[in-house]
Write a protein that binds this ligand. Structure first.
Ligand SMILES: *[C@@H]1O[C@H](CO)[C@@H](O)[C@H](O)[C@H]1NC(C)=O
Ligand SMILES: *[C@@H]1O[C@H](CO)[C@@H](O)[C@H](O)[C@H]1NC(C)=O
Length: 282
């Protein structure tokens, strides 16, 4: 059985009405509605208005189900690297860089949302804690300068995001801004491989307001959302809205030839538990 201890995956409940949460539901609701607005604006206005030879236009025109979210991802990556400067982000070529964690990092209305700034701050503050709790030496965790890249993904009925990892980052996170009953699950794959007796999965059933941290090497996927309409009510399920976070080196994710220097490779997790030889019959 695949064991996924608390220290491999940590769920922080941000929403007040869930155990351990401290923020009101308006926190994730505002983030979800701005993400959906920005996604629709990209799909309906920005994308179609791009020059035909623009890289984002080409990504948007790909003939596969994930084309819109792929292009939306790259649009947000540009905005992040351009520190929220829309004109710069959309110019065909600009010098990419990783801005400091407190710089603007998304489209203007998202940057203006206090809840968005707060979400980034929460992730920034909890990252070192997560890495330390996972076994990174506190001095190493404190010495890390990291880049905090996040992007929103909006999934309609019957959509999913296939298995992948983010090796080269320090760790990753997902914030569920909107996750109803039909939102699918976050599925983690068995890091020991696909063949029996391994090949197990661990499923997290997300709720709005969950923030989940896990190691960059852990294979994960967003399972399929509920189909178009509910046969009994005839209603479409709400969109699944997530903010994904890559927390990694300032220079960007480590390329494979420098993985040997990845500080997360030095994680050591040990537990001290005394035992009584008599109760073990020794
Ligand atoms: C960051 O974004 C906000 C909201 O769009 C804007 O008011 C502010 O001027 C931006 N800051 C910088 C440094 O561009
Ligand atoms: C982090 O940034 C500071 C200030 O720029 C620098 O002195 C330090 O060496 C950096 N640490 C690492 C691990 O890159």
């Amino acid at each position: 059985m695949l064991i996924m201890p608390d220290l491999v995956m940590t769920v922080v409940r941000i929403l007040g009405c869930l155990a351990g949460g401290w923020l009101p539901a308006s926190f994730h609701e505002k983030l979800a509605s701005e993400a959906v607005r920005g996604w629709q604006n990209f799909r309906d206005v920005i994308g179609p208005g791009l020059p035909r030879n623009h890289e984002l236009y080409r990504q948007l025109s790909q003939k596969h189900a994930g084309a819109l979210n792929d292009a939306f991802f790259h649009y947000q990556k540009r905005l992040f690297e351009a520190e929220g400067n829309f004109e710069l982000a959309m110019s065909p070529d600009f010098e990419t860089s990783t801005p400091p964690p407190d710089a603007n990092s998304s489209w203007p209305d998202m940057n203006a949302l206090p809840e968005y700034k707060k979400l980034r701050k929460i992730v920034e503050r909890l990252s070192r804690r997560y890495l330390t709790r996972s076994g990174l030496a506190p001095e190493s965790a404190m010495a890390l300068n990291y880049s905090l890249f996040n992007w929103a993904a909006v999934h309609g009925p019957g959509e999913f995001h296939g298995p992948h990892t983010h090796v080269g980052e320090y760790h990753v996170g997902v914030f569920y801004a909107q996750a109803g009953d039909g939102a699918g699950k976050l599925r983690f794959g068995d890091p020991r491989g696909h063949s029996p007796p391994f090949g197990r999965s661990f499923f997290h059933s997300p709720r709005s307001g969950d923030l989940v941290f896990f190691p960059s090497w852990l294979s994960h996927m967003a399972t399929v959302t509920a189909p178009q309409t509910n046969p009994t009510s005839g209603e479409s399920p709400p969109l699944r809205v997530v903010f994904s976070f890559n927390i990694g080196p300032v220079q960007g994710p480590m390329p494979c030839h420098v993985w040997w220097s990845d500080p997360t490779g030095d994680m050591r997790f040990s537990r001290k538990l005394a035992f009584n030889p008599e109760t073990l019959g020794l």
